[in-house]
Every structure is written in structure tokens, then in C-alpha cells.
Design a protein around this ligand. Structure first.
Ligand code: WTA
Length: 635
């Protein structure tokens, strides 16, 4: 028997074995018993890993929002689907029932259609964490438009690049956004972005801050009057299982962002199944994930996973430090949160503050607490366990990626014994392997290697928007026949996995993936810069911070290094966003390079970490003398 919810370790092992032995049967049963389909599949899965060609639930017909909303209406219409907790605690929280959500999504879907958005069109959503973000995203899914949510912390040029890459015809934004004690001029950023995006013909603007904004005649419209005039009667589009549901951009090893494409049925089944099991979700739970919907964590575990299970999900507009460091704990108590899911960087930041902030609150509604986005260090794990979970709530250290659609490796609460810093065991359907440098699978336990997955699962991204070759090359070529995650991992004596970090040129800063290449591209556009190299180095709160080594052109006009550093960071802010700013900048006369001209980042990483003990094999270095110079000038 395959069950939707695993209750103990024995059931886990049974289901896991079954999912490996008979993956088709395993997913067939979960998909057919827990969702509403217009038409079921002809084949559960069809794949060719060498070509990165993967299809799940072939030829099935389905609509995501029918499953997220409509099918709950009869029994759970009055139940709260979304709790909106505003940035300012004195503003009232909103409770949106499934019935109200249905009405609002239907109206929004009708507005989109009236504005000429059709099935398959791309719509960019650039909004703060307000209910409209969820509603517009779901409305796209309802009419089969492909949503591309861009995190509202990205700069104008980063948004423009993402809009152009996927040829979006509409953008939905707001007059502004609140973040702690700041108001952010989102419409201003969009106006700047749209100077360079010929594909966009319509802009819908949500009112949030009542800030004065510029509305361009013929292009920009306030959303509310359109909604007021719209009918709440909407027929959902019948989608093919493999129709794209959304595009979500992630950093890569070249300057161009990668638009990961997730399709409808596989993503739906996987988000729902993992939500139910990883958070041990029960009917009356109140689930809170603190991520932004602009990241995959928000897509899968604020929006889709919870709504597919008919859950109540919290959308929090604010930040953990406003009005003070007890905000998270206050919100947990206020809304009786049962599952709390956040990132190690937030845990570390809060652990630095006085314990009073957390101890003031009785967090006894909590049952499960989770972590995602980067390795959680031992100290943060214990603080979380002692002070938030009160040694009572299992910590689910969930490992996954934008590309995987949902969680792949994680303890199941009350099922898998946890171990600090370990993501522990793969979920049913997931077959992880560790690979050595010679591309051989490393058997046995107590081993380290590059983490790959050797069999597809329903939630895996299907391609990179407009560039299938790049998808194949990035994920399926390093270890032929397998999906390569870009992460390193170790497997302990009982088979538990611990993720050790990225093995490629992506650095995770405060839980955000940052490819070093786009940052280097931004720096190199500064007129005084000849070349640059970015590496990560350990940081107490952010996990990693960025260290830039910069070679200047010999123009001599920039004597003031301090100003120059500021300008470089401003350049990065403009091009990508403030999250990608460098903590340290060192001006150097050269970079360590191999004879083939590749920068030896390994050495730069060691220098940035202040570890000069062993630079490894440097025999292929063209300019060993530069290493001494850089070491001596370290900032
Ligand atoms: C890292 C976030 C260790 C990892 C869902 C991965 C983690 C990248 C964990 C994906 C974890 C995520 N332990 N590392 N529990 N979770 N990572 O695409 O390096 O924003 O490849 O997806 O974050 O980040 P992304």
C-alpha cells in the first residue's frame, strides 16, 4: 500500500523501498487518490536523462487552482486559507477564507483575460508580500498564463533582464512596499525597468502604500477598479500535465539568469506530497513559512503545498527585526502557528540578540520547526531546538533547490530521528547518490562526494526557459545519466545525508543563491575596473559573505579606494540588488590564473577565509608570485 501520509519509520522504509522498486506504481497511486483531474494520464513517467527530457503524468489534464481552491469549497469554504500579517503590527491581520480566495482569484483571472492575457503568455509579478501576490499568482495558474514572480528586492536592471528573457507581456506591481521602517518605491523601479522591455504592453498596479506614482497613459492601470468591475465567475483553463506553470529565475555560473521552468501536474503532486509529510500537516494546523513568495520556498510552501492540502498559510509582509527582534515569536503566538519554517540566516541573526525576545513568548502551539536554504550550523541548530522548539518540536532540516520543485532530503517529524546539521534521509521517490571526481558512484557509508539524483521525481524542473541545451549542460552532463545538484554532501554511518555546500560558483549569502559571474559582470562595468573575481567567505550571520578581488585599469583617476569601493557596491546594487553587495573589496594587481587562463578560485577562497595553510596543487599556476601579494594585502 502507498499512503499519502507516512506515520512511522517502518512505513517510511516500506514506502521508500516501494518508490525505488516501482516508482510508477508509487506515484500513480498518490496522484490518482489525492487530486482532481479532468483526465488521468496515459503513462506515469517518460524520461531520457541523457537528453534531460522528462515528462510526468503524460497527457493528463488538470488545473492547479481547481486543486488548490475549488475542490476544498464544499467542505472547507469557511476555513481560512490565508492569514495576512502586515508589516506594521498595529495594522489588522486579514483572514481570507477559501470561499473568498476563490472569489478573488476568479475576479483576478477574469481581469487578466480581459486585459488580453492568454494561456501560455508570460506574466511577471513584482509585488511585496501582500495577499495580491498570492492572488495574482494563482490567477495566472487558473487561466494557464505562466507566472514569473521576481523577488521585489531585485533592481530595475535585474527585473528587466528577467522580463525580457521570458518575453513577459504584462507586469503586476504595486505603488510601493513596506519593509520594516522603510517604504520601497516598487513602481519607480518598474518604471526604470520598463524603459528597456519592449515586450511589456500592460502594467497593473496594486495600491499598498498610497505613495504618489507615475502612471503611464495607455500602459499602466490601477488594479482595484478593474477587479471591482470583474465577474467572480470564472472557468479554469484545462491544462496539460506538462504545460508550464511557472518560471522562476535562479543564479547560475554565467551572467544570464536561468529561468527554471516547472510544469503543472508533476510539480503539483510533488509540492502537495512533500508538504503533507515533511511538516506532518494535520487538518487544523496553521502553517507559517517566512520565505518570500519570490523564491521557490515561497512558491512551494507558502502557496501551492499548503493550499493543495487545504491548509491555512501565513503570509508575512514584514521582517524579523521590526518593530523589534521578537516579531517572529509574537506572530507565532498571535496566530497560533503550528509549523514554522525559516532560514538559518534568520535563526543566526535572532540568536545574536537577547534571549528575552524569544523567552517572553510561550511557543507551545508549535509542533514542527523547519530550516531551509543553506547548511544550518551546529550552534544555530541547538539554539533553534532549545529556544524555539523547546526540545519538543522536531527540526526538519530540509534540503532542496529551485530546480527540484520541492524538498528532496529531510527528516519526517515524529518519524525520522533528527541529528544536528543533517538533512537525514531522502523522501520516497528520491534516489540520491554521491559521485567521486572520476564520475563513479561512491558506495557505502561514511563517504563524501558530489550529490546527484539518479531517477527523476515529479517536481523536477523540465528545462531552462528558451535554452534547453543549457539545462542539459548544467544539470545532466557532469555525471551522465544523473541530475547533478551542484552541492557536495557526506553520508554518515547510518546513511544520513549532510549537505556540505556548493561545489560550483554559487555562493549562498543570507540564504540567497548568488552566482559569482553576474556580480563580476556588474563590477566589470565600472569604468575603473579591468577585471574582478568574487568568492564567498564564512560570516557569522549571513552564513557566507562576498569578498571581491578587483584589478583596476591604470587610469589613475580613482585614487580614493574607499569611494571606489562604494561605487562598486552601488554598481552591484543597481545591476542585481542590494543582496549581492560585497562585504570586502581588495584591490590587487593580478589574479591567480592557470596556464589556460582560468582564475584559481580555490586559492582566493582560502585567502578570503584567512587560511594560508594549504593552497593545494598550484603547479598549473601561471603567476605564483601574485598569491603572495594578495595574501599580504588581505583586508
Ligand atoms: C542550499 C532553496 C544545506 C543548497 C530551497 C542548494 C541547503 C541551494 C539546504 C538551493 C539545507 C538548501 N542544507 N544546504 N537544508 N537547503 N540548501 O535554489 O546549496 O534558493 O543547492 O532553493 O541552497 O537554493 P535555492
Amino acid at each position: 500500500m502507498t499512503r499519502y501520509k507516512i506515520n512511522n519509520l517502518e512505513e517510511y522504509f516500506k514506502d521508500y523501498k516501494k518508490s525505488v522498486r516501482e516508482p510508477k506504481k508509487f506515484w500513480d497511486k498518490i496522484a490518482s487518490e489525492n487530486f482532481t483531474w479532468y483526465q488521468e494520464w496515459e503513462k506515469v513517467v517518460d524520461f531520457n536523462m541523457a537528453e534531460a527530457d522528462i515528462k510526468w503524468f503524460v497527457n493528463a489534464k488538470v488545473n492547479m487552482t481547481k486543486n488548490c481552491i475549488d475542490r476544498h469549497l464544499a467542505k472547507k469554504g469557511d476555513k481560512t486559507a490565508i492569514i495576512f500579517e502586515p508589516n506594521d503590527p498595529s495594522e489588522e491581520a486579514l483572514h481570507i477564507s477559501y470561499t473568498e480566495l476563490h472569489e478573488r482569484v476568479c475576479k483576478m483571472a477574469n481581469v487578466l483575460r480581459e486585459q488580453g492575457v492568454q494561456k501560455g503568455d508570460r506574466v511577471c509579478i513584482y509585488l511585496p508580500m501582500i495577499p495580491e501576490l498570492a492572488i495574482t499568482t494563482l490567477a495566472c495558474a487558473r487561466i494557464g498564463a505562466v507566472h514569473s514572480v521576481v523577488f521585489a528586492g531585485f533592481s530595475a536592471s535585474a527585473v528587466a533582464a528577467r522580463i525580457n528573457d521570458s518575453d513577459c507581456k504584462m507586469i503586476i506591481t504595486s505603488d510601493g512596499g513596506y519593509r520594516g521602517n522603510k517604504t520601497i518605491d516598487l513602481k519607480g523601479i518598474i518604471d526604470e525597468a520598463l524603459a528597456d522591455t519592449p515586450c511589456v504592453t500592460a502594467v497593473l498596479v496594486v495600491k499598498r502604500t498610497n505613495s504618489a506614482v507615475n502612471m503611464q497613459e495607455g500602459r499602466d492601470q490601477w488594479l482595484q477598479p478593474l477587479l471591482d468591475a470583474a465577474s467572480d465567475n470564472n472557468t479554469a483553463e484545462i491544462m496539460d500535465a506538462e504545460d508550464p506553470l511557472f518560471i522562476l529565475y535562479t543564479s547560475g555560473s554565467t551572467g544570464k539568469p536561468k529561468g527554471m521552468v516547472h510544469t503543472t501536474a508533476g510539480y503539483m503532486v510533488y509540492a502537495a506530497y512533500t508538504f503533507k509529510n515533511v511538516f506532518s500537516y494535520e487538518d487544523n494546523d496553521i502553517f507559517w513559512c517566512t520565505a518570500d513568495i519570490g523564491w521557490i520556498t515561497g512558491h512551494s510552501y507558502i502557496l501551492y503545498g499548503p493550499l493543495l492540502n487545504g491548509a491555512t498559510t501565513v503570509i508575512f509582509e514584514g521582517v524579523p527585526s521590526y518593530p523589534d527582534y521578537s516579531r517572529f515569536w509574537e506572530v507565532i503566538v498571535k496566530h497560533k502557528v503550528t509549523q514554522f519554517y525559516t532560514a538559518p540566516t534568520a535563526i543566526r541573526a535572532l540568536a545574536k540578540e537577547s534571549l528575552d525576545y524569544v523567552q517572553k513568548y510561550q511557543l507551545d502551539t508549535l509542533k514542527v520547526i523547519g530550516s531551509v536554504g543553506e547548511p544550518i550550523n551546529e550552534e544555530a541548530w541547538h539554539w533553534y531546538n532549545d529556544h524555539v522548539g523547546n526540545k519538543r518540536c522536531p527540526i526538519v532540516d530540509t534540503w532542496w533547490q529551485t530546480e527540484t520543485g520541492g524538498i528532496l532530503i529531510s527528516p519526517l517529524p515524529f518519524v525520522t530521528p533528527t541529528k544536528p546539521t543533517y538533512a537525514t534521509l531522502p523522501l520516497p521517490g528520491i534516489q540520491p547518490v554521491l559521485m567521486d571526481e572520476k564520475r563513479n558512484e561512491i558506495e557505502g557509508n561514511q563517504v563524501v562526494g558530489s550529490l546527484c539524483i539518479k531517477f527523476p521525481w515529479p517536481g523536477i524542473a523540465r528545462t531552462i526557459w528558451g535554452d534547453h541545451e543549457r539545462y542539459k549542460e548544467t544539470y545532466f552532463s557532469a555525471f551522465p545519466g544523473k541530475y547533478f545538484t551542484g552541492d557536495g554532501a557526506l553520508r554518515d554511518e547510518v546513511g544520513y545525508y549532510r549537505i556540505t555546500g556548493r561545489v560550483d560558483d554559487v555562493v549562498i549569502v543570507s540564504g540567497h543563491n548568488l552566482g559569482t559571474a553576474p556580480i563580476e559582470d556588474a563590477i566589470n562595468e565600472h569604468p575603473a575596473v579591468a577585471e574582478s573575481a568574487i568568492v564567498g567567505f564564512p560570516h557569522d550571520i549571513k552564513g557566507n559573505a562576498l569578498y571581491g578581488f578587483v584589478i583596476l585599469k591604470e587610469t589613475g583617476e580613482y585614487r580614493d579606494r574607499e569611494n571606489l569601493s562604494k561605487e562598486i557596491n552601488q554598481q552591484i546594487s543597481n545591476q542585481i540588488g542590494p543582496i549581492a553587495k560585497l562585504d570586502k573589496i581588495q584591490f590587487v594587481s593580478g589574479l591567480p590564473k592557470t596556464r589556460s587562463g582560468k582564475i584559481m578560485r580555490r586559492i582566493l577562497r582560502k585567502i578570503a577565509e584567512g587560511d594560508y595553510s594549504n593552497f593545494g596543487d598550484t603547479s598549473t599556476l601561471l603567476n605564483p608570485e601574485i598569491v603572495e601579494e594578495i595574501k599580504n594585502g588581505k583586508v
